[in-house]
Design a protein around this ligand. Structure first.
Ligand SMILES: NC(=O)c1ccc[n+]([C@@H]2O[C@H](COP(=O)([O-])OP(=O)(O)OC[C@H]3O[C@@H](n4cnc5c(N)ncnc54)[C@H](O)[C@@H]3O)[C@@H](O)[C@H]2O)c1
Ligand SMILES: [Zn+2]
Ligand SMILES: [Zn+2]
Length: 361
């Protein structure tokens, strides 16, 4: 019997989201239905709502979630009903050219559920990042469920499902930050602050947080920033150089997703350093850089999808570090809200009042 549950839907570009009845089919082969317990509000949900990702409205929003598996379809062996899981938006296939080369975090053929969730009138919904978890129960590919220690509460665990994992991984996996490195992070929302937490965890010696909002910079100190720069008042490139012996940082992480902040990241890095772009740009954005500088400064310009994470490897490990008190995930939860407060939470995110609003069901 299909389930009828309440979920948050974006019907059109820029329109306020609404709470709608959503029909969730029973899980088919390779699929699972999950009772969502918590789901964070990520900037990417707002990008979807603004039409910045694509035009496949109506979207079923929410993708940063944890919950308990309710039912699985035929052939599912990874998880069973009752398992406590974090949902991931990159269930690797194991067979594409990236997976076969032993680099599954680049998998080019990640899985989502095959069946569609719909509105009551049968209109098919596009789930954000193939998840759609501002919803009491959601349908995903079984591989999108990663089992973790149930001692971590859902509001915290769910954050690893997107933004916090993206930031931690941008530093640790993509940027390869290691003991003794100097690091700068531009944009200290949920993602950027997670990059700071990741750099701290990895043993970076200097961590410079850059933002235009002093509240974000204060939070950044709590996650391990050794210095903060408000780039409305101070040239961030100059400041990062000054704080790193005049050279620039070994790794600069851009967590805004704009050409001007990317340029700052590019020039705030030391020769042969690494830039990691984890912020998501919109389709009309263009970047212009002197090609000679791209060549002459050497190093690596990388992008980070989901922090180049491998959910099965990284989620249980990070939850263990959290439970041991070595990774502050609680600090990212600014407030918990109901399903009917997502639109309000977008406003708070836009005004910079929160790191993460988390819907708790
Ligand atoms: N690559 C991925 O896998 C991935 C995953 C999740 C989110 N993201 C993206 O990461 C970005 C950040 O997400 P978030 O949830 O942290 O958003 P957020 O809105 O919470 O944070 C953005 C931060 O950037 C700051 N900012 C804005 N303009 C700035 C400027 N000119 N200079 C310095 N700081 C500036 C804001 O004050 C804010 O603190 C978004 O683009 C989001 O879509 C990427
Ligand atoms: Zn693959
Ligand atoms: Zn996200």
């Amino acid at each position: 019997m299909p389930y009828e549950v309440q979920g948050v839907v974006a019907r059109g570009k820029g329109e306020a989201v609404t709470l709608e009845t959503v029909v969730v089919p029973d899980p088919g082969p390779g699929e699972a239905v999950v009772n969502v317990q918590a789901c964070g509000v990520c900037h990417t949900d707002l990008h979807y709502r603004e039409g910045g990702i694509n035009d496949d409205f109506p979207f079923l929003l929410g993708h940063e979630a944890a919950g308990v598996v309710e039912a699985v379809g035929p052939g599912v062996t990874e998880v069973e009903p009752g398992d406590y899981v974090i949902l991931n938006w990159r269930a690797v296939c194991g067979q594409c050219r990236a997976c076969l080369r032993g680099r599954p975090w680049y998998c080019f053929n990640t899985h989502n559920a095959t069946q569609k969730m719909t509105l009551a009138d049968g209109t098919a919904l596009s789930p954000a990042l193939g998840i759609g978890a501002f919803l009491e129960k959601t349908l995903v590919a079984a591989g999108q469920c990663t089992k973790v220690n149930p001692a971590a509460k859902p509001a915290v665990a769910g954050l690893l499902g997107c933004g916090v994992m993206a930031g931690l991984g941008a530093a640790i996996n993509t940027g390869g930050v290691t003991r003794g490195d100097t690091v700068a992070v531009i944009g200290c929302g949920g993602v950027g602050n997670a990059a700071i937490a990741g750099a701290h965890l990895a043993g970076a010696r200097t961590i410079v947080a850059v933002d235009v909002d002093d509240r974000k910079l204060e939070w950044a100190r709590g996650f391990g920033a050794t210095h903060t720069v408000n780039s409305r008042e101070t040239d961030p490139v100059e400041a990062v150089r000054e704080l790193t012996g005049g050279f620039g940082a070994d790794v600069v992480i851009e967590a805004v997703g704009r050409p001007e902040t990317y340029k700052q990241a590019f020039y705030a890095r030391d020769l042969a350093g690494t830039v990691v772009l984890v912020g998501v740009p919109t389709p009309e954005m263009q970047l212009e850089l002197p090609l000679l500088d791209v060549f002459g400064r050497g190093g690596a310009l990388k992008s980070s999808w989901y922090g180049d994470c491998l959910p099965s490897r990284d989620f249980p490990m990070l939850i263990d570090l959290y439970l041991q008190g070595r990774l502050d995930l609680d600090g990212f939860v600014s407030e918990t809200i109901g399903l009917d407060q997502v639109e309000e939470a977008f406003g708070k995110m836009h005004r910079g009042e929160v790191l993460r609003s988390v819907v708790v069901l």
